[in-house]
Design a protein around this ligand. Structure first.
Ligand code: SAM
Length: 270
């Protein structure tokens, strides 16, 4: 057991610039757009340059490459670099195709209520493989009253499946995004799953001490932070599991290759 336990303490996450990469992404676009506009202004004023559609395409490409360059300079993650590159082209295309603003707003709101929290959590929603519950049932003891947490429970599929197959277990899901949480909450009520509780909020503010098992399926960028919380709060004998994402420098007690797609479940016996 590698973790050092400090009982009755809870881990407080640190806040940092790196925690809000969307601000960095916004800054990238503002800086590159400003630079492009200044360049266009200088070209027009001092060289009398007339802007043809070809020149516009050149300026747009310049904006995209400049955004990519600045994102790399800011050491953004690769997907933010890709977004920085695609964003100017996406905006220009939307304007060119004159997509209705009501449709754009509806799509934006739909996506925002599912993925909006990703801007702060850096963990998007995507479901785990349906065979995961089978694997958990295979490796977890079939004892009554096992208390399991899914930290970031999404639309609740995993816990609802487990609840039907282990009615004696106490299952808790916590989800920060409101639409997935509401969906899982209503689904558990409609299906009458009495041993599942879905909470709306961040696992960062939930003490892990009372759980026998904590399961996460999050993202590589939060694994070292959640590991600190696990070390502080989980008690000896409990189990921490991460689907797909290992913790750097913390070898698991064992790991299970889930299916032919290569997804792995990492398990730490605390
Ligand atoms: C990859 S999905 C996994 C969903 C589900 N556990 C499953 O196995 O299908 C990760 C979920 O964690 C949620 N999440 C991310 N950060 C969170 C936080 N700090 N507190 C609670 N939920 C969070 C996301 O909104 C997303 O729904």
């Amino acid at each position: 057991m590698e973790a050092s336990h400090v009982s009755h303490k809870s881990y407080s996450p640190s806040s940092a610039w790196g925690k809000y990469p969307v601000l960095k992404a916004l800054l990238v676009q503002v800086v590159s757009l400003t630079f492009c506009l200044i360049s266009a202004f200088i070209a027009k004023k001092y060289f009398g340059y007339i802007f043809s559609s070809r020149a516009f395409l050149f300026l747009l490409s310049f904006h995209s490459f400049l955004s990519l360059f600045i994102a790399l300079l800011f050491k953004s993650e690769w997907w933010w670099c890709a977004i920085a590159f695609i964003f100017p082209v996406g905006v220009a295309l939307g304007l060119y195709l004159q997509i209705s603003s009501a449709l754009s707003l509806a799509v934006f709101l739909f996506l925002f209520f599912i993925f909006g929290t990703t801007f702060t959590t850096r963990v998007p929603y995507f479901p785990s493989h349906p065979s995961l519950s089978e694997t958990l049932l295979d490796i977890l003891p079939d004892k009554k009253k096992l208390h399991l947490l899914d930290a970031g429970s999404g639309f609740g599929g995993l816990l609802i499946d487990l609840s039907e197959r282990r009615p004696g277990w106490e299952l808790t899901g916590i989800e920060i995004s409101s639409v997935p949480w509401l969906f899982s909450f209503l689904r558990s009520k409609i299906l009458g799953c009495e041993n599942v509780k879905f909470q709306l909020g961040s696992y960062e503010h939930l003490n892990f001490e009372k759980f026998d098992v904590v399961f996460v399926y999050l993202s590589p960028v939060v694994m070292s932070e959640i590991w600190k919380k696990v070390q502080y709060e989980m008690v000896p004998g409990s189990i921490f599991m991460s689907y797909e994402f290992p913790v750097d420098g913390k070898p698991p007690s064992f790991e299970i290759q889930m299916n032919e797609n290569g997804e792995v479940l990492y398990v730490w016996q605390m």
